[in-house]
Write a protein that binds this ligand. Structure first.
Ligand code: 5RP
Length: 224
């Protein structure tokens, strides 16, 4: 079973939680793209939902798939948010932001009634930190933030795409940090949040209500 199949299995299971009339937060990335495709099919077959996309790329895909969209500002509430993750641990803590959409993703996560994470089996780790932790920073402060994080031993690397600084949908930069040696992740999160100019981190602590993992042919569901 390849990983893309596992992502698809997780996505198919997750959309079962989407019911007529719901406002659905749409995540970003290759796993979330399967979910958007699946919802597109359901909409074609009569499901009535409205989506709130977490990125410009998801907005484009959802539009192509015929899913009616609204904005977070206009949505009264988000019934369910479905998104991928870069890593999750046994306590359902996550690293997200590999695709660079962590800020809007975290805002949608925070504002949703039910948060469902979908993942292939390779995303499961005993301890967070094999994946480099993305933090979103405002360009004005990024050099100084980089120096502070270097002093903290987090080996920040400015994310680059096509030889240019990667720029998020909100016009910010991303620093990817090595947190493998960090044991107290919540304390790290607090420290990072205290640095002016860090807009958000890719640590999604205590935010997932459910993780659906595609494992071989099966979907395994972890609940809070
Ligand atoms: C984007 C994300 C994605 O959910 C995460 O990077 C996982 O991506 P994929 O499903 O392609 O493995 O956080 O910002």
């Amino acid at each position: 079973m390849n990983l893309d199949q596992e992502k698809l299995i997780a996505a198919k299971e997750a959309v079962k939680y989407v019911k007529n009339g719901m406002t659905v937060g749409l995540g970003t990335g290759s796993t979330a793209a399967h979910m958007v495709n699946e919802l597109g099919e359901l909409v074609k077959n009569g499901l009535e939902i409205v989506g709130v996309p977490s990125s410009e790329s998801t907005k484009k895909l959802a539009t192509e798939k015929g899913i009616p969209l609204t904005t977070l500002e206009k949505a009264n509430s988000i019934d369910v948010y479905i998104d991928g993750a870069d890593e999750f641990d046994p306590y359902m803590q996550l690293i997200k932001g590999g695709g660079g959409a962590l800020l809007r993703e975290k805002i949608l996560t925070y504002n949703s009634e039910l948060v469902i994470i979908i993942a292939d089996s390779q995303k499961e780790v005993k301890r967070l930190g094999d994946f480099k932790l993305p933090v979103e920073t405002i360009p004005f402060a990024t050099k100084k933030i980089e120096q502070s994080l270097q002093k903290m031993g987090l080996q920040p690397k400015l994310r680059v795409k096509n030889d240019e600084n990667f720029v998020t949908d909100e016009g910010n930069y991303i620093l990817d940090l090595n947190i493998k040696h960090i044991t107290n992740i919540p304390a790290l999160e607090s420290r990072l949040n205290q640095i002016p100019g860090i807009v958000e981190t890719g640590l999604f602590l205590d935010m997932a209500d459910m993780i659906i993992i595609g494992k071989g042919e099966n979907a395994i569901t972890l609940k809070k």
